[in-house]
Unconditional design. Structure first.
Length: 704
């Protein structure tokens, strides 16, 4: 060997060892880079064993990262190179095992070799080649050393010293491998999986569980331990959102548990996991059945009060998903009562009360909400570091008070919640919510100016937070409501609506808000006499509503567009829009008033362009529709008056007096009032809009 080759070989080994150390520290990206650099050097040296060792460890790291397809390819390359080196049967078997495990994680079993397991890649890896691992010991000494390391690892895990526990479990695993004890290896791998699970390294945890499961399957009488591994795999899959796969694992686990006497607690745990996976899949009734079975089994086992309470809480959650709020509240109450029998579970009790209150709030049982939240708040106040929970309870209390119309009390409670949130870090969103809710209370109590001021305070906070476009839009929309419909400050309302449009946003909700804003901008521009701009706004709203598939809103928008086009003298376009509006209204139930209003406005426009026969038909159709509705005498009278005018225009003079008299009988003085308006001014004409607004009767739908 030349001196240069020796230097390169040392550099390769140094890089390989560096990869090993980085992998120990869970720095997987850096470990991959180090292993790949070592691989490149070994290839330049034509060192087959070095290349294959690097490739095998690259495969192991890729498995830990959940990049299973790449892991399979790396293991296969390693296997091919190992086959060129004599005496590497063990390493070849390890590569095949890695391939099998990666394929199983992908849900594919092709090519499974059924060979002995490779070293645990989800635990700290075995030391690199050439590094001593404790020397040779007798069989009994190796067993004793392995047991001692495992016990030390278990103690470290219980103490929460997880990284140290991983190291000890890895050493215990290596010792059990030297001894050849499959059960000991499997126990270590399962424990390694539990630690990795706690650390959030889910892919690596599942890898460890799979290896443990394979080992247990080779040892008779381990059905329960196999079930434990399958259940643990199910929980990992559940946390990854792979609920159907989780369900399969839970079912396999349950089948194994049922073969073991005295496994009621294990079965209960498994049924609970099954229930939660079914809930995530939307199979709520099946989920409830599993949770009830789980609870029944827990109740047969001593010392499971806490698990029973958790099961009842899960049942409440599923019932909430089914909108069975009163039953959900009862489940949470039972959970609370069960927790009361377990020492040190005051916080869990408070949480159950809070959840029960939220269910009761959804059920509309507001007085009960107040009582339950008082109990929850009292418990939280007796516990340290629960300011956030206390504030959340106060929020629920404020919502219930608001529903009961007790606005001043609600605002006082919201102030208390706000002060608590202000004492906590990273609660600007919660603070803004409290301000917005306080503004809602002021608005509903008729204190509109004060409400606008508080909405602006909430808006200022929301603007300091990313991802709050929807909340900003809500505050701006409320300010626009007050400015447009309460104080008549149209320019101010217009500014607020345009600020909402400037927020942008994606998705159905953003598109809906955008459509409403464009529509509202149109109505404001009409009020300001800026009809051409209003037409453009209505057309934009129509585009938004078409994307959303909102038929009722499109019909209303077309109606407003039609009357506005008429005001600008674009009569044919106006008639087209009104005709489209009427066609859409006729596809919707409960729109008789809207159809009648549309027909009336169509008659007005037809009369202006001299199509008096068509106008007469439109008025007559409108009055027939209004007659089917209560409280529409003013609308009927206007239709009859316009009918009389149209009859005069078409020369049917003898019929006109009856129409005028009918209008006078329904609404005395209307004929004189209408007669004072300039017939050419459509804004002053008796449009369906004025009929609805002045008469406070059906005929227009206000959007937003």
């Amino acid at each position: 060997m030349s001196s240069q080759d020796g230097k390169e070989r040392n550099r390769a080994k140094k890089k390989y060892d560096e990869g090993f150390e980085l992998r120990l520290e869970s720095k997987y990206a850096e470990a991959l880079a180090a292993y790949k650099e070592a691989l490149s050097i070994y290839r330049s040296l034509d060192d087959a064993f070095g290349q294959s060792s690097c490739l095998k460890d690259i495969g192991a790291v890729l498995r830990e990262l959940g990049r299973y397809e790449e892991a399979v390819e790396a293991y296969r390359q390693a296997l091919e190179v190992y086959r060129q080196v004599e005496g590497t049967e063990k390493e070849q078997a390890g590569c095949q095992e890695g391939i099998d495990l990666a394929l199983r994680a992908l849900g594919r079993d092709e090519g499974a070799g059924g060979t002995a397991p490779a070293p645990a890649t989800s635990a700290p890896p075995a030391p690199p080649s050439g590094v001593p691992s404790g020397g040779s010991t007798s069989s009994g000494a190796a067993q004793q050393q392995a047991d001692s390391l495992r016990d030390e690892a278990l103690a470290l895990r219980r103490a929460g010293r997880y990284q140290e526990a991983l190291t000890r479990f890895g050493q215990a695993l290596d010792a059990y491998r030297q001894e050849g004890t499959r059960t000991g290896q499997a126990d270590c791998l399962n424990s390694i999986g539990l630690v990795l699970d706690v650390l959030g390294r889910l892919h690596a945890a599942m890898d460890a569980y799979l290896q443990a499961l394979d080992l247990y399957r080779r040892v008779s009488g381990t059905q329960r331990l196999q079930g434990v591994c399958l259940e643990n795999i199910g929980h990992v899959l559940h946390r990854e959102g792979r609920y159907q796969e989780a369900l399969t694992r839970f079912e396999q686990s349950l089948d194994l548990y049922r073969q073991v006497a005295g496994s009621e607690r294990d079965q209960a745990d498994c049924l609970r996991g099954t229930g939660m996976a079914l809930g995530k899949l939307g199979r709520h009734e099946e989920a409830l059945t599993c949770l009830r079975q789980s609870l029944g089994l827990y109740q047969q086992v001593e010392g499971t009060r806490e698990e029973q309470a958790e099961c009842l809480g899960d049942t409440g959650s599923i019932l909430d998903d089914l909108d069975r709020y009163q039953e959900a509240a009862e489940a949470y109450r039972q959970a609370r009562e069960t927790y009361r029998q377990v020492e040190g579970c005051e916080e869990e009790q408070a949480h159950c009360l809070h959840m029960a209150a939220l269910s009761l709030l959804r059920a509309g049982r507001h007085e009960e909400v107040l009582a339950v939240l008082r109990d929850a708040l009292e418990l939280y106040r007796s516990l340290p570091d629960t300011q956030s929970d206390q504030a959340d309870c106060l929020r629920g209390t404020a919502l219930a008070l608001r529903k009961l119309g007790r606005y001043e009390e609600a605002r006082t409670v919201l102030h208390d919640a706000l002060e608590l949130y202000r004492s906590l870090p990273d609660t600007q969103s919660d603070q803004a919510w409290c301000l917005q809710a306080a503004a809602d209370c002021l608005r509903e109590a008729g204190q509109f100016q004060e409400a606008q001021t508080v909405y602006r305070q909430a808006l200022s906070l929301y603007r300091s937070l990313p991802g709050t476009q929807e909340e900003q839009a809500e505050c701006l929309l409320r300010c626009a409501d007050i400015a447009q419909w309460v104080t008549g400050r149209y320019e101010e309302a217009l500014t607020a609506l345009r600020q909402i449009l400037d927020l942008g946003g994606q998705g159905d909700q953003a598109r809906k808000v955008r459509a409403v804003c464009h529509f509202r901008v149109g109505t404001l521009l009409v009020e300001l006499g800026r009809d051409q701009e209003a037409v453009a706004a209505y057309r934009q709203a129509l585009e938004d509503y078409r994307e959303e598939g909102a038929v009722a809103e499109r019909a209303s928008c077309l109606h407003e567009l039609g009357t506005t086009l008429a005001q600008t003298g674009r009569y044919e376009e106006a008639l087209t829009a009104l005709d489209e509006s009427l066609g859409l209204y006729r596809t919707l139930s409960g729109t008789v008033a809207e159809q009648a209003g549309c027909l009336y406005d169509t008659g007005v426009v037809l009369g202006v362009v001299g199509r008096h026969e068509d106008a007469l038909t439109a008025y007559q159709d409108a009055v027939e529709l209004y007659r089917s509705l209560p409280d529409t005498s003013r609308q009927q009278a206007a239709c009859l008056h316009s009918t009389g005018l149209a009859l005069v225009e078409v020369g049917r003079y003898e019929e006109a007096p009856a129409a005028f008299q009918g209008a006078e009988d329904l609404c005395p003085g209307l004929c004189e009032e209408v007669g004072q308006a300039d017939a050419e001014d459509l804004r002053a004409a008796w449009s369906a809009r004025r009929l609805a607004e002045d008469g406070d009767a059906p005929g227009r739908t206000r959007q937003g």
